[in-house]
Design a protein around this ligand. Structure first.
Ligand SMILES: [Zn+2]
Length: 289
């Protein structure tokens, strides 16, 4: 077991990496390490996590009460505390605002799809928790069901949270992994389409890694077709419509629209589904004009 002094140094190192990678801006983000069931090291509010000193890391109990330190912990500590309460094996948590995966949530495009094998084998799919007002009790409630099961969760319009049962570096690597997934997915979308893995490929990955299909194809997945249910393994189709000179390319996630329609009894209840339905209608209008 590393000493608290060394664990604080680890947190400072992870803060520097978050800042260097552009995963946090200004005083965003927070990091914590659980030393024992009722003793958690966490970053102070109001300081850049890229330039922390040891005094910027405070000690709190499992309910967030300050045990030592002259700074206040972040108001987002609530998110960490619920994860620690739900999962006794978690040792460290990182929260940041990586721009590309955050942009996916703002665009209403889910990353809960079986696309990259190494991500499927380690994290499963990457679910998105519903929007919650930052710093309020809404945030821990919004992640409760996901963080109980997943090590990496996107927060709608608010970055991501990752947890580790090993150490704070491992939690950070998971954040790096989901931002990389978002960047690769963005490039694939720009090239034209995102091919999801097939049912057979996902079954093999689940067998090899032991990750369990429930982390891939139930609850938070968007029925991308990898589980063999309904839709084609190729999820996202691209429609190209001419506009004056050149072409405008718009990508439609028709499977998401279809699933939302089913879930809401055909009423297209989610904002994501409504926006995508409008995009599809607009493409059809352009192509017919
Ligand atoms: Zn935040």
């Amino acid at each position: 077991m590393r000493s608290e002094v060394n664990l604080k140094k680890d947190i400072i190192e992870v803060g520097k990496m978050l800042h260097a990678k552009g995963y946090i801006a200004a005083t965003d983000g927070n990091i914590s390490v659980r030393v024992s069931p009722n003793r958690i090291l966490t970053t102070a509010t109001g300081v850049s996590k890229g330039f922390m000193r040891e005094e910027h890391i405070v000690v709190v109990d499992a309910d967030g009460n300050l045990l030592s330190g002259s700074y206040q912990p972040s108001s987002e500590l609530k998110m960490h505390l619920i994860a620690y309460k739900l999962r006794p094996e978690i040792k460290a948590i990182v929260h940041g605002h990586p721009p590309t995966c955050t942009a996916f949530t703002i665009a209403g495009i889910s990353l809960a799809k079986c696309v990259l094998p190494e991500v499927v084998m380690t994290l499963g799919v990457i679910p998105t928790a519903d929007y919650a007002t930052p710093s309020t009790g809404e945030v821990p409630e919004s992640i409760r069901d996901f963080i109980a099961k997943y090590d990496a969760v996107l927060l709608d319009r608010h970055g991501a949270i990752t947890v580790s049962s090993k150490n704070v570096f491992d939690a950070y690597y998971k954040l790096e992994k989901i931002e990389h997934t978002a960047e690769v997915t963005l490039k694939a979308r720009q090239l034209g389409q995102v091919k999801t893995l097939t049912d057979e490929q996902v079954t093999k990955l689940a067998d090899v890694s032991g990750i369990g299909r429930e982390k891939l194809c139930e609850g938070s997945c968007v029925n991308c077709g990898s589980c063999g249910q309904g839709t084609s393994p190729i999820l996202e189709k691209t429609a190209v419509a001419s506009s004056q000179e050149g072409a405008a390319t718009v990508t439609c996630d028709e499977a998401v629209v279809g699933k939302a329609a089913v879930q809401s009894g055909g009423a297209l209840g989610s904002l994501e589904a409504r926006v995508k339905a409008e995009v599809i209608t607009e493409i059809k209008r352009i192509m017919n004009s």
